[in-house]
Design a protein around this ligand. Structure first.
Ligand code: G3P
Length: 226
């Protein structure tokens, strides 16, 4: 399982990257607005994220265009920022068409706001490199987000989509809208390829009271050895 950071905050990305376990970054318009981002700085901001994480970490940058041609135009511009930029596109008819066009040009797409198995199947056949089902937003409407996302992970693993993806790469499911370390546990158990987590959740994933207590007692006992 790989971990992506779900944020547009450069400080959080720098900090998380220094921990050694970060494999990518996902952003969305909400996350960019949360850090005070402005439209005219968006491409520069994505470039700065790419520079922080390095060329091996995919960085998802979302298009807010609503029709195929604009999504494709936007996608090309976003992909030109850096080779590791992945164009994030919502699951909708024009989004599927744009994903196909961009994939045919060798541009990787992360198909987002994916909530059902049929949506995921279509996204995969349209050439999406990543599919992002949302856990927390399912929970928000009193559905079992974990169960829904596990269904998508299962369904995607039933088929070989490598003929549809850029360079025949393996499609990966990014479990998104993660709100707790327990969500991460469930994602690992269901076999999600990637979990994209907010920085707060990443911090919680590291710690446990028994770890803290154990470190403290080892340090105390080491004092006796000296
Ligand atoms: O990457 C998008 C997704 O993770 C959003 O999460 O908490 O706004 O539902 P949330």
């Amino acid at each position: 399982m790989k971990f992506f950071l779900d944020t547009a905050d450069l400080n959080e990305i720098e900090e998380a990257a220094s921990w050694g376990a970060l494999a990518g970054v996902t952003t969305n318009p909400t996350l960019y607005s949360r850090v005070g981002g402005k439209l005219e700085d968006f491409h520069d901001h994505i470039k700065r994220i790419c520079d922080i994480v390095g060329p091996d970490c995919p960085v998802s940058a979302e298009s807010v265009a609503m029709n195929r041609d604009e999504l494709v135009r936007d996608g090309r511009q976003l992909a030109a920022i850096a080779p590791n930029v992945v164009v994030k596109i919502p699951t909708m008819i024009d989004g599927l068409a744009a994903t196909r066009a961009l994939a045919d040009e060798g541009i990787r797409v992360n198909m987002t706001l994916c909530f059902t198995v049929p949506q995921a199947m279509l996204a995969a056949r349209a050439g999406a490199r990543y599919i992002s089902p949302f856990i927390g937003r399912f929970d928000d409407i009193s559905e079992d987000g974990i169960e829904q996302v596990a269904n998508i992970v299962d369904a995607v693993s039933n088929y070989d989509f490598t003929a549809d993806t850029v360079g025949g790469e393996q499609i990966e499911v990014i479990a998104a809208s993660i709100r707790s370390a327990n969500h991460v546990t469930q994602c690992a158990l269901m076999g999600a390829d990637i979990a994209t987590v907010p920085f707060g959740v990443l911090k919680k994933m590291v710690s446990h009271p028994l770890t803290d207590r154990g470190i403290e007692s080892f340090l105390n006992d080491w004092e006796k050895v000296k």
